[in-house]
Design a protein around this ligand. Structure first.
Ligand SMILES: [Ca+2]
Ligand SMILES: [Ca+2]
Length: 178
């Protein structure tokens, strides 16, 4: 499970939006505010997105904890769930990233454009546009678009696959500095 644990730690770090070393409500606030303002969302749509963000963080990241969660707590929770029932874990992660990228796909065309991708990563505190853009290009976009499915699958692989012989675009991107 070492390989997975390495990746779960990367996932945890990627969600530390304000880079203070821990995941707290401040990261939720910062990510959703940036996301809403970068997309210039209208008030009602902004409200919906803010609610979606909070529900997602609570369900998949804080997992019943309130206020903040340490990297150890996060990794332990995933470890327990993965060990208890791998199929259920994969289902939950599928739902997790379906929900996540459904919000990121703001124009609802079931594709992620480079703009949508860059805004999402910026909102999550990954401000290096050159690296974010390289990450997007790793999905081999066609006419500037990547099917939502393809991105969701790469994240499911990232958090559930124990096979280190398969190229992991998400892991590679974060290790390259995203
Ligand atoms: Ca933080
Ligand atoms: Ca889209």
């Amino acid at each position: 499970m070492d390989y997975l644990i390495t990746k779960w730690k990367i996932w945890y770090n990627s969600l530390d939006v304000n880079h203070d070393g821990t995941i707290s409500m401040e990261d939720v606030e910062e990510s959703r505010q940036k996301f809403t303002s970068l997309h210039h969302l209208a008030a009602d749509q902004g409200k919906k997105v803010e609610k979606n963000f909070e529900e997602w963080w609570n369900k998949y990241i804080f997992r019943g904890k309130t206020g903040n969660i340490s990297q150890d707590e996060f990794v332990d929770a995933l470890k327990k769930q993965f060990s208890a029932d791998k199929a259920k874990f994969v289902n939950e992660m599928t739902e997790c990233f379906n929900t996540f990228f459904d919000v990121i796909d703001t124009n609802k065309d079931r594709s992620i454009s480079e703009d949508e991708f860059l805004i999402a990563f910026k909102a999550y505190g990954h401000e290096n546009v050159a690296l974010d853009s390289k990450f997007f290009q790793a999905y081999n976009p066609i006419d500037g678009l990547v099917p939502l499915r393809k991105i969701v699958e790469s994240w499911i692989q990232f958090v559930t696959s124990e096979d280190s012989s398969i190229t992991d675009v998400v892991k590679n991107a974060f290790e390259a500095g995203v």
